[in-house]
Design a protein around this ligand. Structure first.
Ligand code: SF4
Length: 310
């Protein structure tokens, strides 16, 4: 089967990157809320990846577009500032280690000006790599891993099909940090619905504290048609939180996590209220911002539903 280039799904902070696909889909395609649910993982041939790197390097040098190269390559390359590369897709760290090393070596050789390479990684992908392998990837400029924790609650982790326990989340997060790779994690407000909301928030705060990542972002659950969670909602088996209940979860997480130095934000388009700051320094200010909105209970202070994005 020939490799199909995936559409660009990226962390907000990677907007200046060149998007280089190594895989399509996600190796852990069992998360019941996620658009990758049931996706078929495809692994791209190394030669194909290298040929794209060659075309990119030649385009940067000469501006020449080769007819055999997909238009998408030049569309992304045109606005690229040349410093960052984001490896696609849902978890490119699953790419077999010898191949990943070859690709990073080739990138380092052909695009010397690149400063940082980033990718999504599942906790399982990180655990699968030895610490020496992670160090080697770091040396080859793999500078940031984006990992979805979603929750720290073991029961909920099992329910959503994440495929790892909270202990494994912690082990994976600490391992990435030990290798010197910047770690950015996300958690999902509202993932437990109304039933176990408080436990989800408190357990998530516990796991965030144990990992102590460099960046932590809160997203708010958006039900995606075609996913099992969406179907549960249609059958009235899943009861989503109200926007204000999701803000209460956010407040609990900020109030109960003990970071040493973490940039925490709810700036993602899925959220009803953006707050951000460095924790622990900005904790009181961030909590105050949330408490003012929670006390007012005025929906006009929140991002309207039609402006929320995935
Ligand atoms: S591991 Fe991440 S990308 Fe893969 S299915 Fe789960 S949430 Fe989606």
């Amino acid at each position: 089967m020939s490799f199909s280039r995936p559409s660009i799904i990226r962390p907000p902070s990677e907007w200046k990157s060149y998007f280089l696909p190594l895989t399509a889909g996600c190796s852990n395609n069992t998360c019941v809320f996620c658009g990758y649910y049931g996706s078929q993982l495809q692994i791209r041939e190394v030669d194909d990846v290298k040929s794209e790197i060659d075309s990119l390097a030649s385009f940067i040098r000469t501006g020449i577009r080769l007819p055999a190269i997909p238009k998408a390559v030049y569309a992304v390359a045109q606005g690229w500032e040349g410093k960052r590369i984001f490896l696609q897709d849902g978890d490119a760290l699953v790419y077999p280690f010898p191949k990943l090393r070859q690709v990073l070596q080739y990138l380092n050789e052909k695009l010397r000006h690149v400063e940082r390479i980033g990718t999504y990684a599942t906790p399982r992908d990180i655990l699968r790599r030895s610490i020496d392998e992670l160090h080697e990837l770091r040396r080859l400029k793999l500078g940031i891993l984006y990992t979805g924790l979603e929750t720290g609650d073991d029961e909920l982790l099992q329910k959503i099909g994440k495929g790892v326990s909270s202990d494994e989340l912690i082990e994976a997060g600490r391992k990435a940090k030990e290798a010197g790779i910047t770690l950015s994690v996300t958690v999902i407000l509202g993932l437990a619905g109304g039933d176990e909301s408080r436990r989800h928030a408190l357990e998530t705060a516990r796991v965030l504290t144990e990992i102590d990542p460099d960046y932590a972002g809160a997203l708010t659950l958006t039900l995606v048609p075609g996913t099992p969670l969406y179907e549960q909602w249609e059958r009235d088996e899943f009861h989503p939180l109200s926007p204000f209940q999701s803000l209460e979860e956010l407040r609990l997480i900020i109030d109960n996590s003990g970071f040493t130095n973490c940039f925490f934000s709810s700036m993602h388009a899925s959220n009803y209220l953006p707050v951000r700051g460095n924790l622990p320094q900005d904790r009181e200010r961030m909590l105050r911002e949330l408490e003012v909105v929670l006390a007012a209970g005025d929906p006009s202070l929140l991002r309207p539903e039609f402006l929320r994005g995935l």
